[in-house]
Design a protein around this ligand. Sequence first.
Ligand code: CTP
Ligand code: MG
Length: 243
Amino acid sequence: MKKRCTAILLAAGKGSRMRSDVAKQYMLLKDKPLMWYALHAIESSAIIDDCILVTGKEELDYVREEIVEKFGFQKVDAIVAGGAQRYLSVGNALDAIAANAMRVPNRDGYVFIHDAARPFLTKELIESMYQAVCDCHACVAAVPSKDTVKIMDETGYVSETPDRNKVWNVQTPQVFDVSLILSAYEKLREYLEKSAQVQTVFTDDASIVEKFTDVKIKLVHGAYENIKITTPEDLKIAEILLK
Ligand code: CTP
Ligand code: MG
């Protein structure tokens, strides 16, 4: 039987690298706000049952009225305020699942965490992530790196060159068993409380599961088109990809 799948769509960032007046998730791509595209993919997917949308504290009403209600996204069950870091935004959404605050509780299904800044999410990718998570408990979309990657030391010199055949660029969705991601985030919170000095940066969810659990993360072939809109050039590329 198919297990319940909850999407967490992250749209609480400031978009500082875009250097735009409005945060990038609200910028128009063709005639829709950027975040509309991922919401549309979630809404159209037979795999995803419901969605927690994470936005800035000040934008909760705007997003409810001008995006969720205006475009009729039925799967959005909760709109929650994000935090100052991406992983804190995810944590706030996971709290809604842990507290059974959803219309239908998701106790033993899966969580699909996705960046609203990635408009080219497809039904096909959601489907292959679902197949993978059923087997592996934890998986992330990724593509082989086209560029050679260098590791830099503190002085700005190259310290290492990983074998390019082993280097993958990681995307979202990142998909986990509900119980696994809840327990990884619980451990993250304990860790953050204890370690006052660290400024550990967790830029994706898998790295939290890697650090705080023994579960191995499966890499699933994403798509080179599944870009993250980060800087102004990316919007131009997105316009071309939309055509
Ligand atoms: N995000 C979030 N909460 C944060 C930071 C990021 O929900 N505190 C979301 C963003 O809205 C985005 C996704 O996480 O959809 C990926 O983050 P990124 O591309 O870094 O977006 P921003 O943090 O908004 O951009 P920047 O880093 O340039 O400020
Ligand atoms: Mg960011």
